[in-house]
Design a protein around this ligand. Structure first.
Ligand code: NAP
Ligand code: HSE
Length: 431
């Protein structure tokens, strides 16, 4: 079968961390393809920006810097977009779909912000638009949500969706590494985006959460719907205090479908060490899903890096090849058929860890407690930490409170001279 297996041509857009991994996996799997797929996909063109850069692993004759070489080549049936960013990736994907080519992409920026437009183009063209690698790298989560769990109402998705920040937090907590050194290591290992701001400030995880929530709840959630706070404000002190309290700090992405609307947010969270997400370290990602029929599910694996991400891309390529072979490309399209409102963050409820520097004199703690109480914020725990000169550091853990009430308390604190500094506000896990 291998010798006479017909080829099907694919083009690779991008030969960076993910693209070179995809090419490598095509080589590794080439003898398996005929048996798995009944066709043999081959990469016949590779698009890059800078043709003069040396490229390892692939025949130099495959490279081009002209998109038209791919768009106008009728033999190329599948376009694999692993360049990143919005433009020109968006235009190229639209053009590829309109030219009848199936598209596989790892581009979460694009799927989170232009998913509706791209799906409409794919549907009109009757082509596949597959994006398993866009969320949580090597972890299969898009296809499980869209297909395997189609018999469920999904009510909650909670995960660690960014490898770079999880790697940084792990190194800070386990090795006492400082933030910048840990970030540099994450970049060297190929986890970080070209501009790591999106990783650190939570936007990368927010984009992935928007995609997961849209699929899980069958209602479109876009990036601007997701409340987003990153890890740049966290200090080693907060990590140490969390550990003293039997917790760790993770950048958590949480989406819930409640009777009053969808909640979608990404922010640091104190998690008890016994929580399964607390055991997810380094660049590993994990996603919890709750379905009314399947119950609790957890998906865990490598969320970033060359081969884990390429694994998800290749899985999609195999799906596209099978669909083309059976003449059923575009089989599973957009699944957002509801319009559920997304709640504002101030309308959600949370528990808080509040660390502040206060004047060290009698009555100050009572002032703090009365501001919180006057705003309907109930205190679960107060700890007085270090004292220096006339300043005391106190940590307050609240019960579950309305986000708006907590913000109102912070606004009052900012006008009180006895409160010298609000050093940290971190949400605490609450079942
Ligand atoms: P990367 O290492 O920066 O590689 C990008 C590649 O795309 C390079 O080969 C670059 O060409 C090419 N490229 C960029 N802009 C181009 C343009 N306008 N025209 C032609 N070629 C262009 O990026 P990456 O880490 O592989 O990420 C690629 C995509 O995968 C992104 O959407 C990213 O979010 C997603 N992703 C990445 C990971 C990961 O772990 N890295 C995981 C999941 C998803 P040159 O080589 O000539 O510069
Ligand atoms: N920069 C991303 C991360 C890569 O760190 O998880 C995967 O999207």
């Amino acid at each position: 079968m291998t010798e006479h297996c017909p080829e099907i041509q694919a083009a690779l857009l991008g030969y960076g961390t993910v693209g070179s991994g995809v090419y490598q996996l095509f080589q590794r799997q080439k003898h398996e393809f005929p048996h798995k797929l009944g066709l043999c996909p081959v990469i016949s063109r590779i698009l890059v920006r800078d043709l003069s850069r040396p490229r390892r692993g692939a025949d130099p004759a495959l490279f081009t810097d002209r998109w038209e070489d791919i768009l106008h080549d009728g033999d190329i049936r599948i376009v694999i977009e692993v360049t990143g960013g919005i433009e020109p990736a968006r235009t190229r994907i639209l053009e590829a779909l309109r030219a009848g080519k199936s598209v596989v992409t790892a581009n979460k920026d694009l799927m989170a912000e232009h998913g509706a437009e791209l799906f409409a183009a794919a549907e009109e063209a009757g082509c596949d638009l597959l994006f398993e690698a866009a969320v949580a790298g090597g972890i299969p989560i898009i296809r499980p949500l869209k297909q395997c769990l189609a018999g469920n109402y999904i009510t909650e998705i909670m995960g660690i969706l960014n490898g770079t920040t999880n790697y940084i937090l792990t190194r800070m907590s386990r090795d006492g590494m400082d933030f910048d050194t840990a970030l540099q290591k994450a970049q060297e290992l190929g986890y970080a985006e070209a501009d790591p701001t999106a990783d650190i400030e939570g936007c990368d995880a927010a984009r992935k959460l928007a995609i997961l929530a849209s699929i899980g709840f069958n209602s479109r959630v876009v990036l601007s719907d997701v409340y987003t706070q990153g890890i740049s404000g966290l200090s080693a002190k907060d990590i140490a205090y969390a550990e003293e309290m039997g917790c760790c700090i993770k950048l958590v992405a949480l989406a819930r479908c409640t009777p009053s609307g969808i909640e979608a947010r990404v922010h640091p969270m104190l998690l008890p060490l016994g929580h399964p997400l607390a055991t997810v370290h380094d660049s590993f990602n994990a996603v919890f899903v709750h379905g009314d029929a399947a119950g609790d599910l957890m998906f865990r694996g490598r969320g970033a890096g060359s081969l884990p991400t390429a694994s998800a891309v290749l899985g999609d390529v195999c799906e596209a090849v099978r669909n083309l072979r059976c003449g059923c490309a575009g089989r599973v399209g957009c699944t957002c058929y509801k319009q559920i409102p997304v709640k504002k963050m101030e309308d959600t409820e949370n528990r808080f860890f509040l660390r502040m520097q206060v004047e060290d004199r009698p009555g100050v703690l009572a002032n703090v407690a009365s501001v919180l109480g006057n705003n309907g914020v109930s205190i679960a725990q107060v700890i007085q930490k270090a004292r220096t000169a006339d300043t005391a550091e106190i940590v307050v853990i609240t019960d579950r409170v309305q986000e708006r009430n907590f913000s109102d308390s912070l606004a009052v604190f900012s006008g009180m001279s006895v409160i010298r500094k609000i050093s940290a506000v971190i949400r605490v896990y609450d079942e």
